[in-house]
Design a protein around this ligand. Structure first.
Ligand SMILES: Nc1ncnc2c1ncn2[C@@H]1O[C@H](COP(=O)(O)OP(=O)(O)OP(=O)(O)O)[C@@H](O)[C@H]1O
Ligand SMILES: [Mg+2]
Length: 224
């Protein structure tokens, strides 16, 4: 269902202007129904991998096929639309809109996909993450763990085919963490769920673990 083929992505090193390869993925296939953890040291490209899969960034070369669409061939606005229709994304850095309440942030997630911003559906997913009593709080009025749960609710609200979650339990206590993971897995039953995590008890709940360093023999980072 998802295939990355000969994908290369790097960045210009701001210190010396040279190009540095971050990801160099020969062939990665992720079938429908796969739930996998993505693990690896800080700074090795886990977030970059999720950004590529969601079309937030494009690789320098290679193809990224989701279903029968090569998203690298789409324009930026087409990729935005594709993401809204197909992908639920839990950002490592949250990306909540400060001026809006938890409920409005989740409703906005629906509007981008062209669906009606159903208040009751937004309330339902916020209830699932245990935030019924925080619907009208703005991000600055929420704890970090609560903000993280708003992000999870926003990612689930459109019932996406693919869920990409970048350290979705990084700021949660063990019981909230287990609950959020259970929610993500339930929401992704029969679908694709990729979770970046450093936590061994989260990793242990996945049959498939993608080790970013094995996946991408990345010469520029390997020498460090
Ligand atoms: N815009 C950029 N310009 C230059 N280098 C960048 C840029 N964005 C990311 N990088 C580099 O790419 C590498 C991979 O970044 P990425 O955010 O994917 O790491 P990560 O594995 O998610 O790390 P972490 O576990 O700390 O979140 C890092 O070493 C980072 O310095
Ligand atoms: Mg990251």
């Amino acid at each position: 269902m998802i295939r990355m083929h000969h994908v290369k992505k790097g960045y210009t090193n701001p210190e010396n202007g040279s190009y540095q390869t971050i990801l160099n993925i020969d062939d990665l296939q992720i079938n429908e129904g796969t739930h996998a953890a993505i693990a690896g040291p800080s700074g090795t490209g886990k977030t970059t991998l999720l950004h590529l899969l969601s079309g937030l960034i494009n690789p320098e070369s290679g193809t990224i096929t989701i279903g029968d669409v090569d998203i690298t061939k789409l324009s930026e606005s087409q990729r935005d639309r594709f993401r809204a229709d197909n992908i639920g994304y839990v950002f490592q850095s949250f990306n909540l809109l400060d001026g809006f309440t938890a409920l409005e942030n989740v409703q906005l997630g629906m509007m981008f996909s062209g669906k009606a911003a159903s208040k009751s559906r937004a309330e339902e997913v916020l209830a699932q993450v245990g935030l019924t009593d925080r619907l009208h709080y703005k991000p600055s009025q929420l704890s970090v763990g609560q903000q993280q749960r708003v992000c999870v609710a926003r990612a689930l609200v459109n019932d996406p085919k693919i869920i990409l979650a970048d350290e979705p339990t990084g700021n949660l206590d063990p019981s909230s963490s287990a609950e959020v993971l259970r929610l993500l897995k339930n929401a992704a039953e029969g679908k694709v769920l990729l979770v970046v995590t450093h936590e061994s008890d989260v990793i242990s709940q996945f049959e498939r673990v993608l080790d970013i360093l094995t996946l991408t023999p990345s010469p520029d980072l390997a020498v460090k």
